[in-house]
Design a protein around this ligand. Sequence first.
Ligand code: B4P
Length: 190
Amino acid sequence: MLNLVLFGPPGAGKGTQAEFLVKAYNLTHLSTGDLLRTEIAAGSKLGLEAQRFMEKGELVPDEVVIGMIKGKLESNTGSKGFIFDGFPRTVDQAKALDSLLNENGTPISGMLSLEVEKQELVNRLLSRGKISGRADDQDPSVIENRIKTYNEKTSPLIDYYKKQGKHFGINGMGSIEDIAGRLRKVVAEL
Ligand code: B4P
């Protein structure tokens, strides 16, 4: 079973590259950002709570996202493997994911960490904001806060997975196809 963590700062290309990996390896795509936006669109209690954090560029509380992922793992037991996109985002989320997967004897195979310069991240998010209408992609101060939150709370996960020998840094600058090729090369070795 292939279980991949697709990692990187906001705008690194996680959602974009997940699509290629899903097709190439027949994996189940779990994006906590997408799951949360679905809850917001449905007007659920969880969605309303999450929205308060997302519109400021803050992380949604760990127990909310961990509960969502646990539910998805339980409802996809026949899967060939998972791509975790935008999850984990804190060390506590990573520990919870390890324990959920270890219960089934299907640990993380590798963490693919997309590396992109800060100005490029801002440019990509602002240009998506113009097309998608996503509020958190339109306000430069919210984008700034998302990057700051990433640096403070999420980037320590690089060391977390390095200690497990599962971290793979990938240059996330350049064309979408070139980056997809770099990712496939790494996954082929796992
Ligand atoms: P996400 O939906 O995960 O959004 P994101 O990290 O900001 O970026 P995304 O992954 O969608 O963008 P991508 O790099 O694919 O999270 C949104 C919010 O939800 C978070 O801020 C947080 O509040 C909350 N949340 C989600 N998960 C959480 C968790 N685990 N814990 C707590 N809170 C959580 O792409 C960006 C753009 O770049 C796209 O338009 C794409 O077309 C473009 N692009 C990609 N690759 C490119 C390339 N090579 N060249 C040019 N453009 C490119």
